[in-house]
Design a binder for this molecule. Structure first.
Ligand code: ATP
Ligand code: MG
Ligand code: ZN
Length: 371
């Protein structure tokens, strides 16, 4: 089977790591000067580059080219060509261990690990231990680890990665160099998807990629997996409809088109549109949620034009233009409309017939202002 997209396009250099500028700057500097720490803690949302960065450090520490070539070392990147770099990429380098803390969380596991750490690295210069989901470790395991952190063996680098940093004991965090991976924007994800699409000769519209990015909710990995799934089913051409069908969520154009009908009080077309959404097999609940969120943006923008900057970071230029047009259409009376839709949403969640509360909301919201 072909390599999964998310593995194929895992950043091989610090420069290719998107959205984590501060972390990259500091780690690259450490790599240039050869000042790696003994213990790191990588905290942040899923799919933002924690494991990727841990592997980059493993490569920096063991890259043969870096040992031999001083000039190359000054670049602060791994060569990705020597045996060590290649084996780390392929997950076969003996001195790099990735441990899933969720299934190796007990004290015996840690004891065994410490035993192992006492022995010198077998191939490389450094042993790198990467603990994924570190927050899952047991209390005893933390205590055992603490001793290692207090007197780290010379050739060992410990890397803890977690999505729930608040569950890591402060005694541990204070002994590690901590980096906070920030959640990435839809724009950043869409940009990477565009790059992957180009490299894979996949034709996909900007809106299709944008929709994948929004469904990924801040995770590069989720976006890349979804993209992978889509091209497995759909081949080298992706339309917005393909993506909409796959994720059961309508794209910006359909959504903003519907909201425009609401703002213009076009009752007949709004009802017809909802019927289409239902027949198209989309989740009406998701749709209603999206409508509320869209209306919220319109409302905020109409009262607080300065928010344009924030929204612009989350939307494409064209979508932003549409949103601004709708903000101009927004009147105080539309606030009631938002409330009506929020009410409909909570009723829909418990209803066997989610279409009905939604239709009632539309009728209520649009006809009340007819007299
Ligand atoms: N900052 C980034 N820049 C570019 N691509 C990224 C970035 N972060 C993640 N990716 C993509 O997502 C995939 C998964 O990333 P990674 O395994 O590093 O995530 P993670 O932060 O460890 O997530 P988790 O908490 O779920 O383990 C990578 O193979 C890569 O393709
Ligand atoms: Mg990870
Ligand atoms: Zn190398």
């Amino acid at each position: 089977m072909a390599l999964a997209i998310y593995r194929k396009y895992r950043p091989a250099t610090f420069d290719a790591l998107l959205g984590q500028e501060l972390t990259v700057r500091i780690l690259k500097e450490a790599a240039k000067t050869g000042n790696l720490a003994h213990a790191y803690l990588f905290a942040g949302p899923r799919g933002t580059g924690k494991t990727t960065t841990a592997r980059l450090i493993a490569k920096i520490a063991n890259c043969e080219t870096r040992t031999k070539d001083e000039k190359f070392r000054a670049k602060g990147e791994p060569c990705n060509q020597c045996t060590a770099c290649r084996e780390i990429d392929e997950g076969r380098f003996l001195d790099v261990m990735e441990i899933d803390a969720a299934s190796n969380r007990g004290i015996d596991d840690i004891r065994e690990l410490k035993e192992n750490l006492r022995a010198a690295p077998s191939m490389g210069r450094y042993k790198i231990i990467i603990f994924d989901e570190a927050h899952q470790l047991s209390k005893d395991a933390w205590n055992a680890l603490l001793k290692t952190l207090e007197e780290p063996p010379a050739q060992v680098i410990l890397i803890l990665a977690t999505t729930e940093v608040e569950k890591v004991p402060p005694t541990i965090t204070s002994r590690t160099q901590t980096f906070h991976f920030r959640s990435v924007t839809r724009d950043e994800i869409a940009e990477k998807l565009a790059m992957v699409a180009k490299a894979e000769s996949v034709k996909a519209s900007e809106e299709a990629l944008d929709l994948i990015a929004s469904a990924a909710e801040g995770s590069f990995r989720d976006a890349e997996s979804l993209f992978d799934q889509l091209i497995t089913f759909r081949g080298k051409e992706l339309s917005v409809e393909d993506v909409e069908k796959m994720i059961g969520k309508v794209a910006f154009t359909k959504l903003s088109g519907f909201v425009e009908l609401l703002l213009r009080k076009n009752l007949d077309d709004a009802l017809a549109r909802v019927e289409e959404i239902q027949d198209g097999g989309y989740s009406l609940l998701q749709f209603t949620k999206d409508v509320v969120q869209y209306l919220r943006r319109v409302a905020v923008l109409s009262y607080q034009p300065a928010m344009e900057k924030k929204f612009a970071a989350e939307l494409t230029d064209e979508h932003m233009k549409t949103l601004l047009t709708h903000a101009k259409l927004f009147a105080p009376e539309h606030l009631e409309l938002i409330k009506t839709f929020i009410r409909a949403y909570s009723q829909m969640r418990y209803s066997q017939f989610p279409l009905i509360p939604l239709e009632v909301a539309i009728i209520e919201g649009l006809s009340a202002r007819r007299e």
